[in-house]
Design a protein around this ligand. Structure first.
Ligand SMILES: NC(=O)c1ccc[n+]([C@@H]2O[C@H](COP(=O)([O-])OP(=O)(O)OC[C@H]3O[C@@H](n4cnc5c(N)ncnc54)[C@H](OP(=O)(O)O)[C@@H]3O)[C@@H](O)[C@H]2O)c1
Length: 338
């Protein structure tokens, strides 16, 4: 095909909080697909908090990015050449294996066709994609939320949190948001969140959560770890379920041991369950969940907010916004005009 492919590679592992110097933009020739592969040009690329773990040399659930390798990440784009059965030029596909680059060659098994009639195509990276699936399975399968329960959700205005709050409300629960600004909390209320805590402004976070959850926390979708976790664990209701989903608050000290108070007394006396959660464990059930999420979206029951930055040159900037809370909604990078 010819032409230049711009791509971000990891330049160094961060020490503490990552910054833009941890990546380097380089130009390589656009690759050619081989048998069973498609060449896809990016339209939207995703940045997600899990990428903090991928750029760490410490061991994690998935293989990290080595220095000099293309940065991992999901994307949605258009097939420009197909040598794979079932894919044609012009198809819109989503892949978690896209990488931070303008063009990707993908094996057919890591590319999923996106139906553009369901929602704007970029929803496949947000509410109708991995973050939406996370909210869905964390609440409906791992926590098994029940009507009337108080469901506390951190990073509530983000990609996962916005969907989680709406699902909790639809299921008759009382969702309570934890977020980093009054503006985000106000928007959370429009989604159906019944109460909210601004963790950046609360002088006593434990007290603020207790007041927002007077009957205790039945389900805690912990998207951040850190001080919000420490405060929320002190308000667990009887038989509470704590779903440990993310550690974005630890981004600046990711390689250090996570030392904090212990809550075994609360867990014991409340007969609480603390469960680690990874959405990828639910791969086999993605189709059923996506069908339901898409139906909610079509029926106006699920709102999706995005925060879009233009230009592949802004990938590191966009990612770093997640770690400072500058994003408001699912953070995306629009790479090329469709
Ligand atoms: N386990 C899984 O399978 C799985 C799958 C997807 C996502 N996750 C996790 O879910 C969490 C949310 O992901 P997302 O994609 O929805 O991202 P997101 O919420 O759209 O963006 C990250 C948000 O984290 C909050 N944040 C950043 N630093 C913080 C800090 N120091 N303390 C408290 N909050 C902080 C910010 O919101 P505020 O303005 O409110 O601070 C920011 O907007 C992440 O931890 C992610 O790793 C887990």
């Amino acid at each position: 095909m010819g032409g230049v492919n711009r791509q971000w590679v990891l330049a160094s592992h961060p020490k503490g909080m990552p910054d833009e110097s941890n990546w380097r933009l380089r130009e390589v020739p656009i690759p050619e697909p081989r048998s069973d592969e498609v060449l896809v040009r990016a339209i939207y690329l995703s940045v997600d908090p899990y990428m903090r773990a991928r750029i760490s040399p410490s061991k994690n659930y998935a293989k990290g990015v080595a220095v000099g390798e293309v940065m991992q990440g999901g994307g949605v784009g258009e097939v420009v050449r197909s040598r794979a059965p079932g894919f044609s030029e012009g198809d819109i596909v989503e892949s978690m294996s896209f990488g931070w680059q303008e063009h990707a060659v993908l094996r057919h098994e890591v590319a999923t066709k996106v139906d553009p009639s369901l929602a704007p195509i970029q929803a496949a990276l947000g509410g109708l994609g991995m973050p939406g699936l996370t909210a869905y399975f964390a609440l409906l399968d791992a926590a098994r939320i029940q009507p009337g329960e108080t469901v506390l959700i951190s990073a509530a205005a983000g990609a996962v949190g916005q969907v989680a709050g709406q699902i909790a409300k639809m299921k008759g629960c009382r969702p309570v948001a934890v977020a980093g600004s009054e503006e985000k909390l106000a928007w959370c209320r429009t989604l159906g969140y019944d109460a909210g805590v601004n963790y950046r402004a609360a002088p006593d976070l434990m007290k603020a959560i207790r007041e927002a959850c007077p009957n205790g926390v039945d389900v805690f979708l912990d998207n951040t770890a850190g001080p919000i976790h420490d405060a929320a664990m002190q308000s667990l209701a009887m038989r509470a379920r704590v779903i440990v989903c993310g550690r974005v608050a630890l981004a600046g000290r990711f390689e250090e041991p996570d030392i904090g108070p212990r809550f075994l007394d609360r867990i014991l006396t409340q007969r609480a369950r603390v469960q680690g959660f990874l959405v990828f464990d639910y791969k086999d059930r993605y189709p059923e969940a996506l069908k339901e999420l898409a139906a909610w979206y079509r029926d106006g029951k699920l709102q999706l907010r995005e925060d879009v930055i233009k230009g592949i040159e802004n990938m590191p900037k966009a990612f770093l916004r997640l770690l400072t809370g500058d994003n408001f909604g699912k953070q995306l990078v629009k790479v090329m005009a469709k």
